[in-house]
Design a protein around this ligand. Sequence first.
Ligand SMILES: NC(=O)c1ccc[n+]([C@@H]2O[C@H](COP(=O)([O-])OP(=O)(O)OC[C@H]3O[C@@H](n4cnc5c(N)ncnc54)[C@H](O)[C@@H]3O)[C@@H](O)[C@H]2O)c1
Length: 390
Amino acid sequence: MLVKMEALPGQEKLNPTENQATPNLEPALMTEKAELQAIGPDLVKQARQKQTVLVTGHAGFIGYHVAKNLLERGDKVIGIDSLNTHYDTRLKRERLTLLDELAKATGSKFTSIRADLCDANALHECLDTWKVQRIIHLAGQTDKFLSQDKPEECVQNNINAFMVLLEACRKFKINHLSYASSHAVYGAGFDKAMSEADCANHPLRLDAATQRACELMAHSYSHLFGLPTTGLRFFSVYGPWGRPDSVLFSFTRKILEGKPIQIYNEGSNSRDYTYIDDLVEGVVRASDMPAQPDPAWTVENPGQATSSAPWRVLNIGAGVPQSIEELIAALELALGKTAVKEYLTGPMLEKARSCADVTALVEATQFRPQTKFDRGITQFVEWFRTYYQV
Ligand SMILES: NC(=O)c1ccc[n+]([C@@H]2O[C@H](COP(=O)([O-])OP(=O)(O)OC[C@H]3O[C@@H](n4cnc5c(N)ncnc54)[C@H](O)[C@@H]3O)[C@@H](O)[C@H]2O)c1
């Protein structure tokens, strides 16, 4: 059954326009029109038409920002979220309040539904009632500890929910399904940038394995029913209104409280951190361009990232890995406070590295993430200090 959500007013007064400065994306936007025209007039038309978009997980970090972007440009947005309690739901409710306020201010249509995606009836009712044209699926769970402690829940929220979504897409003839995947599908041990052309059949974590399974299930639906699908492999997303269970939150808190930060592998681990505004731009642009069959794809020469069906996977990352030391230095600068570092001795653990090759993203969307790391961290810290009053 559908439960239309009444977003609760936030307990702390936050003005989103004051707290979330946008990085300078103007160069990309200026060239956008010419580049879109180069892609083809039909796609440009499709891309610019206002759509009714279902965003799943819109109370979550990424879903909130994507829904916000769509409302700002005038799309009609339907959001579905179960508001699970994996982290503080106050943050989720406040994101919903902001979306409500934004819809009122812009005149864009926004409907917020509290439902579990595994509830097929609720989903069908939603797609039918609001005549949804496309879906951006951002509900899911990525927490590696939770996926170890509660593996069945991970499979339920990632695979079972995706199965229900695919069937609904088929039944309601959805134009394009874009969905979150992760860099973790590549597994570990990479000394180079991770490309969609690389094999992704050895994920190490269960949540990553479920995300890879979703990519393969999507392929089957793209092939059998011609459903255009795009799997978006995200690389460590950060920014205002982020997830409190992330490393960035815990490091920021520890630095502010003067508590030690534990550092493994002599600080040599590195991650590709993607600023939320860059990620959203990539997600929305990819969603605007439904996946197409790749005429060059053959069984004899099977590329990993496309198919003879309208299916593709795309990395969205900054493409610039930052070591733990660089992350801490950026936080220290933004906070004006020195971290207490605790280097853990003992045998080196397997090095954790991630770096996105974004060639395919740039080719498909004419957009390259461009927020400088220091700037993104500053935006995050400003939001953090205002939100938590610290
Ligand atoms: N944040 C990152 O760095 C990152 C990196 C790689 C992949 N991802 C993926 O991106 C997606 C969004 O991540 P996020 O950071 O916004 O997480 P998030 O936890 O903030 O948001 C996910 C939202 O989905 C909702 N949800 C979960 N299961 C649901 C279900 N069965 N039905 C309805 N709603 C449900 C939750 O209530 C939550 O609000 C996830 O699939 C995640 O695995 C995120």
